[in-house]
Design a protein around this ligand. Structure first.
Ligand code: AMP
Length: 272
């Protein structure tokens, strides 16, 4: 495995590859969620590139950019174990030479995450587009956990005619159900226990849907009941294009939850 730091190194490597490239962009502090993306990329491509870059443009000024967990050495060991070919770990000054915003997320993205975090998706699309330009992947792997991000990246690739397959990957959870996230380390013991109500509310909705309860308001109410002791920021029921829907459309719906634990926001969702 080779660790690359500069644009030139990555471009030279990319020029030398003539077979399929699987790309997994991450912000590091790798956990089993990231590892599942990397393993899938390893299975489906000749060459695997992982990027580790805490992207400043997707953090709001009030957010946790400085505190965001950084575990470079452990991350490199994990990539090595997963038989990654190249890890790209650039400095901020390598990725950004000016403060110009190169791409704007569509107005329609200013709902849910985009509403709470205005500008967040501009930063996400900007860095992903830069990384796509450098790695020119055949296949790029993204978690369904960040469902709105996945949807916007899929649209960007379609609208810019980029010859890249976006591969959605299943959400990986702790044994007790909490969706894995680099931010879970911020939770204290009580918050960690309470956080289980998020997935419990999603499982409750899934079970009701199994009994043919498809009304969004009813499902949201029942989920709210399960999470009555939490600081719930939103529950949303949308179709796969992120339009709010009054009734679940089977195989075309996503139920999303965000709850706050102090300064930590936890996201989770199920695709039904
Ligand atoms: P991040 O490092 O948080 O930017 O995440 C990098 C990629 O890993 C994104 O595509 C995430 O959606 C994905 N990811 C994060 N957590 C999980 C998880 N628990 N299960 C599956 N994918 C995940």
């Amino acid at each position: 495995m080779k660790v690359l730091k500069t644009i030139e190194e990555l471009q030279n490597v990319r020029k030398s590859i003539t077979s399929t490239v699987g790309f997994v962009p991450t912000m590091g502090a790798l956990h089993d969620g990231h590892i599942s993306l990397i393993k899938q990329a390893r299975n489906e491509n000749d060459i695997v590139i992982v990027s580790i870059f805490v992207n400043p443009t997707q953090f709001l000024p009030t957010e946790d950019l400085d505190a965001y967990p950084r575990k470079d050495e452990a991350d490199k060991r994990i990539c090595e174990m997963c038989k990654v070919d190249y890890v790209f770990m650039p400095e901020i000054s390598t990725m950004y030479t000016s403060e110009e915003v190169l791409i704007k997320a569509p107005n329609k993205s200013y709902i849910l995450e985009g509403r709470t975090r205005p500008g967040h998706f501009d930063g996400v699309l900007q860095i992903v587009l830069k990384l796509f330009g450098l790695t020119q992947p055949t296949n790029a792997y993204f978690g369904k956990k960040d469902a709105q991000q996945l949807s916007l990246i899929t649209q960007m690739v379609r609208n810019l005619f980029l010859p890249i397959n976006i591969i959605p990957c299943e959400i990986i959870r702790e044994a007790d159900g909490l969706a894995m996230s680099s931010r879970n380390v911020y939770l204290n013991e009580v918050q960690r226990k309470d956080s289980l109500l998020i997935c419990k509310s999603l499982y409750t909705a899934a079970s009701l849907i199994g009994k043919n309860e498809l009304n969004s308001n009813v499902l949201k109410q029942r989920m709210n009941d399960v999470m009555s002791t939490l600081d719930v920021e939103y529950i949303a029921i949308v179709d796969r294009d992120f339009n709010e829907i009054e009734n679940i459309e089977l195989k075309n719906s996503i139920i999303l939850v965000v709850a706050r634990f102090g300064n930590t926001r936890l996201l989770d969702n199920i695709w039904v």
